[in-house]
Design a protein around this ligand. Sequence first.
Ligand code: SF4
Length: 215
Amino acid sequence: MIEGEAEIGIRDQAPRIDLQGRIAGLKEAFLAAKELSLTDLSLRIREVGFRCQECGECCRGEDNSVVVFPQEIRFIQMATGQEWLAVAGPPEEGEWDREGCFHTLEWRLLKEKESCRFYRDGRCSIYPSRPILCCTYPFYLDEGRLMHSECRGLGGRIEAEEADELAGQLLKRYQIEIQEAIHLLEKYRDFERGEAKEGGACIVHDSEGEHRISR
Ligand code: SF4
């Protein structure tokens, strides 16, 4: 599963450029997101069609990369009793500062080999507490438009009630993603870029500020 990396336009480039302009743009996007119609979205989902084949392909493979927000990590922690860093870790993409610290944005669910570490015996072991990205896969919204990732279930029959439920989750996810991006940028402190260095800390920037991890 890999999706949602660029819907809100912060993960594909360093947010140092025109921070205030980007925050203003996201606030406008949030207002527009609140105006989206659940009915229209549900109809669109039914046109595309979806029926989960329970193949587990979205939870496995090199491309599996699930963005998780701090509140979702805590929710999974409560469900599993595991430490934060046993649930999620930083992505590999980032930049180095002059002190040799590695800076990156937001968290990803941990993987074991090529699978999500919560994929066990052919199923999700944290199903009731899985992130909203997983709940809405393979769909996502990009500038309010319904998009989808590759999935065997696309084109399958989906009942109206299921489509309504999925549309509601997608709208919720879209608003959460925009809010998380706003809070991340509001708390973001820029840094002078430097060279990669062994032993420096990893600093994860998220909607709550900075989390420093030993490497
Ligand atoms: S949290 Fe569950 S649904 Fe999401 S990728 Fe992991 S195993 Fe799959």
